[in-house]
Design a protein around this ligand. Structure first.
Ligand SMILES: [Zn+2]
Length: 246
């Protein structure tokens, strides 16, 4: 463990520990993902509690402890994520859980850090459509870690996908179409394929201006979650919670 660490970071995970403490998993800008113990933050009027919500960005001072860093100071940066909307907070939780699962400890990636900060701000901004922002953010994250689904060709026969419905197979990381359509996998309509391709090409701005029907949004979201869960080899608990809110 290095000496005292001063860096900015964004909270990916937090859990209660002992009587009044929490353990945080934080993606820092210059030191990658780190865990730290924050003593007493669950007490009312705790000094460092502000700025430690999921996807909140803070300037941090961490000091080496026995097994973990200990949080000595956290100063909120950027707009305070003040949303109380359960869907917005649910979307933030899915992005944070996905990022936590995809990132390894101690690998700095300033571009990815910036992406998480921007996505977090957008998700928690009351003017955005949170589930569209989540779809855009997950695609950007997947592109950054090199885990985009296959959207140009049928993953079984290799023929180019047409403007037709298909099915998404998480274990093959893409869409089947043509005569290969199997009963397995998730339904993926022609509109969903077009939107997924748009997102894969970095078309977040265009995607935000689209008129998303609730059905299209659910279809795209289910596919993205299944794609991530296959990579992580586990369910995304926060996605199950979000699905129950819809
Ligand atoms: Zn095929």
């Amino acid at each position: 463990m290095p000496a005292t660490l001063s860096d900015e970071g964004i909270v990916l995970r937090r859990r209660a520990f002992a009587e009044a403490d929490r353990i945080f998993v934080i993606m820092t800008r210059d030191h990658g993902k780190v865990s730290c113990l924050a003593r007493g933050v669950r007490r009312a009027k705790a000094r460092n509690a502000a700025g430690l919500d999921v996807l909140a960005r803070s300037q941090l001072l961490l000091i080496p402890g026995r097994n973990l860093f200990v949080l000595a100071q956290a100063r909120p940066l950027g707009p305070a994520p003040s949303s109380t909307d359960p869907v917005r907070l649910g979307c933030a939780a899915v992005l944070a859980e996905a990022a936590d699962g995809l990132l390894e400890d101690g690998h700095p990636d300033p571009d990815l850090y910036r992406l998480l900060c921007d996505s977090g701000e957008r998700l928690l901004d009351s003017r955005s459509v949170p589930r569209v922002e989540l779809a855009v953010a997950i695609f950007e994250l997947a592109a950054q870690v090199g885990y985009l689904p296959g959207l140009e060709r049928c993953v079984v026969c290799g023929r180019p996908l047409e403007n037709l419905p298909g099915r998404f197979l998480p274990e093959l990381g893409g869409i089947v179409q043509d005569g290969c359509a199997s009963p397995a996998g998730l339904a993926c309509g022609a509109a969903a394929i077009r939107v997924l391709r748009l997102l894969a090409r970095g078309g977040g701005e265009t995607a935000r201006r689209l008129r998303w029907s609730p059905e299209l949004l659910s279809e795209v979201e289910r596919i993205l979650v299944a794609h991530l869960e296959h990579r992580l080899d586990r369910r995304l608990r926060s996605a199950e919670v979000l699905a129950q809110l819809e």
